[in-house]
Structures are given as C-alpha cells and as structure tokens.
Design a protein around this ligand. Structure first.
Ligand SMILES: Nc1ncnc2c1ncn2[C@@H]1O[C@H](COP(=O)(O)OP(=O)(O)OP(=O)(O)O)[C@@H](O)[C@H]1O
Length: 307
C-alpha cells in the first residue's frame, strides 16, 4: 500500500478541520482529492506529507508509520504545497541543489539528480535563471522538480493547476501525467473537471469528511444519473410527478423546465416519464441528464453520508 491513513483527524484550536479520514492508495496513477474551499484538502495533504502533526489518527507511507519513523516515511514523499516553497532569489540550479541537500541525497549524486529533475520537468534551458524571473507556469515546474528530485513513491501536489492560464494549464497537465508514469500522484483541486481530466480515482471530501471514494467512472455514473432536466409544455403539479415510481424530488427551474431527482435507472425513468406524458398530456419537449453543479453533487453526497 503506497498510502494509508487511519482515522486521520485534525483540530485547529477548538474546531475539527478534518475528521476520520481513511484513505487507501494501492496502485500507481493519479488520484484526485476534490473538495470545495475549506473542505480540508490542504490539512489532509500537509499531514500526509509530515508538514503538520495530526491531532489523531495515523499515516502510513509504503507501510512505514509516519509517527514512528518520520524520516524513513518522508523519504518516500515529494510535496508541492499550495504555496510552492520557492526561494525566488536563487537560480533554478541553486534551488534544486538546495532541495537535493535537504532531501539528503548523496553529495556525488546531487548533480545527476538535479539534471534529471530539470529534464523531466522541461526546465533545463533555464538552469541559471533566477526563479523570480520565471512565469507562473515555469515556477510551478520548478516546484514539481523539487518534489520529485529524490524519486519518491508518492508525489503530493496541492492545487497544482490553480491560477494557471489556459496554455500553462495544458502544459501542467501533460507534465503531471508524465510524472505519474513513474510515481503515484495525489493531487487536490476544488474543480471537478480538473480532477475528471487527470485522475483515475477520486476522493471527495466535504466539511472535513470523505463523502466519496471510488473510480472516476463510478463518480461520473453517480453524478450523471441522479437528476434529469425536463422541459414540458404543460407540466403537472409537483405531486403528480412525485407519484411516478423512482422520482425522489422535483424542482421547478422555470414554469416549463423541471429538475427531477431520482433513484435507480435513468433510462427506465425516462421511458416511464415519456409514457405518462403521452397519456396525461404533459407535452415533454426535451429530457436531458443533469450532470449537476459541483455544489449539488457535494450536497447529495454529504446528505447521503450523514443519513
Ligand atoms: N492554520 C489554521 N488555523 C485555523 N484554522 C485553519 C487553519 N488552516 C485551515 N484552517 C481551517 O480548517 C478548515 C480546512 O482548511 P483547509 O485549508 O485544509 O481546506 P482546503 O480544502 O485546502 O481549502 P482551500 O482550497 O481553501 O485551501 C477550514 O475551515 C479552514 O478555515
């Protein structure tokens, strides 16, 4: 197991920021940690990387107990915090040599480790440029280079694509995919589409608790199949729709447009609604699966967990 957390909980002064977070990552690939602002992503990542001591619970990296053997466990982790720890008055080379020394890489191996990290992150041409003179996208690359310099098993990236422009974003995604060919990557974002594009698995946290943890495909099935957007020429009262088997909630978006939440199979419900519409004269004009705003999905999942 590359990463395992057991009932990880953390309290800043009197408030719990995260509670009973259990994460298990066994395979390579990119795993996404999704959550809205303040959900507890950074707190979780800081603890996993040994940058913050948890109030309760345990972290194991490659089955090494971080509490008991922090040095050994940290060797297996590379971390890019939300605010990259860059010394902007240093050149890329100076900074990466410094990072390699911090990681206790053997003196005679430092040069080759720096060169390899630069090459993998596509920054070799800027070796002697001061970090303060780099664009945001390139600074991010330097941040990633310091996270992989010691070849850790697990690379943790806190909101690595946040604030990048569209071109930088494409480049950063490409780089993260390349990094994931050799390391397991755990990355966080508050943007569902970002996680969707990059990740094989998703762990979603809300208010400090895990509300969903499964493959990206399972998440998409869940997110897509719980509401339909329907336009009708002659919509019936809400109660009539609630009588259709499978319908769990009805919201009127406009006089003609409704959002119908349901349990079960979307296709079966669609057929049932169309059949009833024909006999009852609702005049259905359009039915589309509602992929849901992230907020809706968060809410559905949070409700499901607290039920
Ligand atoms: N140093 C701190 N002192 C007190 N409370 C904190 C501290 N850091 C975070 N918190 C609180 O803990 C909770 C979780 O914050 P955290 O930064 O882990 O969330 P996040 O999901 O990473 O959000 P964001 O994307 O906004 O950084 C929030 O309610 C936040 O206000």
């Amino acid at each position: 197991m590359i990463l395992r957390t057991e009932r990880l909980s953390h309290k800043y002064s009197s408030n719990w920021a995260i509670r009973d977070i259990n994460i298990q990552i066994g395979d390579a690939g990119i795993i996404g940690l999704l959550g809205s602002n303040g959900a507890g992503k950074s707190t979780t990542m800081n603890i996993i990387c040994g940058a913050l001591n948890q109030t309760e619970g345990k972290v194991f990296i490659n089955d090494i107990d971080m509490g008991k053997y922090p040095k050994e466990a940290k060797k297996e982790i590379g971390f890019l915090p939300q605010t990259p720890p860059l010394y902007t008055d240093l050149t890329i080379d100076e900074y990466l040599v410094f990072s390699a020394e911090l990681r206790k890489i053997n003196k005679h191996l430092i040069r080759s480790a720096v060169d390899e990290a630069k090459e993998r992150c596509g920054i070799q041409h800027f070796s002697s440029r001061l970090i303060k003179n780099l664009s945001g996208g390139y600074r991010q690359r330097v941040g990633i280079a310091q996270a992989i310099i010691h070849k850790p098993s697990l690379v943790v990236l806190d909101e690595p694509t946040n604030g990048l422009d569209p071109n930088q974003l494409i480049e950063a995604r490409k780089l993260i995919r390349e990094i994931a060919e050799e390391h397991t990557v755990l990355l966080s974002s508050h943007i569902l589409s970002e996680i969707n594009i990059l990740c094989r698995e998703i762990i979603m946290i809300e208010s400090g608790r895990v509300v969903f943890s499964d493959s990206m495909d399972a998440f998409n099935n869940y997110a897509q199949s719980h509401a339909l957007l329907i336009r009708m020429g002659n919509p019936p009262p809400r109660e009539e729709l609630m009588n259709v088997p499978g319908v769990s909630k009805v919201e009127f978006v406009t006089n003609e447009q409704l959002k119908i939440y349901f349990e079960g199979n979307a296709d079966e419900l669609t057929e049932r609604l169309i059949a009833t519409s024909v006999s009852a004269g609702w005049k259905i004009k359009e039915i589309n699966p509602d992929k849901g705003l992230l907020d809706d999905i968060f809410k559905q999942l949070s409700d499901k967990v607290s039920r």
